[in-house]
Design a protein around this ligand. Sequence first.
Ligand code: SAH
Length: 209
Amino acid sequence: MTDFASARAAMVDDQIARRGVDNARVLEAMRAIPRERFVAPDLADFAYEDCALPIDCGQTISQPYIVALMLAAADPQPGDNLLEIGAGCGYAAAVAGRLARRVVTIERHRPLAEGARQRLTALGATNVDVHVGDGSLGWPTEAPYDCILVTAGAADIPVALKDQLAVGGRLVAPVGAGAQRLVKLTRRAAGKFEQEDLGGVAFVPLVRD
Ligand code: SAH
C-alpha cells in the first residue's frame, strides 16, 4: 500500500520546491491536502505522480506543480477573496482554501461540481463554495476578487473575469488558441493591467455554453 503522507511530502520537495516554487504558505498547503482523495480509487496510487490525471466527464486534475505555480503567482493572502474557474475534482480549490479567506469555484459539469463539493465538505473546507455554471462569466455577486485562477484555456481572458478582479488583484490563466502560455495579470488601476508570462502549459479548453 502506498504511504500517501510520504509520497505527498516527496511530491512537494521534488516536483515543486526543487523547481523553484518558494512560497512557504503554498508549499505548506500542498503538504496538507490529500490529493489521493481527489482521484478515482484505482488512480490513488498515482496521485503523487508528476502529471495531470483523468477525472470524470473527460476532464483532468492538474499536475501538482502547475497548481503550486499558479497559486504562488497569485499569492493568496489570508484575508483574500479568491475565484477559481474550473473546479474539476476540487483539488486546487481545497489547496486555495488553506491560503485565502474565501474561495468561490465554478464548474460547468454538474457531476464534477457535486463530487468536488462532497470532497471539500469531507475535508472540512467550509470556506469553499462550488457553483455549477459558465465560469467565463465569473461570479459577479461576490466580486471583486483579490485572486482569480482560470484552470481551463481560451484564446483570450474573458472580459468578465478582468472586470471582477480587484485593483491590486492577480489573475492567472492559460491563454492561447493552440499552444497555451500561463499568463499572470495584475490589475494596477481600473483600466490598467500588467501582464507577465509564466511559461508554456496544456490545459483542457474553457468551454462557453
Ligand atoms: N482546478 C482543477 C482543474 C480541473 S480541469 C484541479 O484542481 O485539478 C478544468 C475544469 O474546467 C474542467 O473540469 C472543465 O469542465 C472546467 N471548465 C471548462 N470550461 C468551463 C467553464 N466555462 N466554466 C466552468 N468550468 C469550466
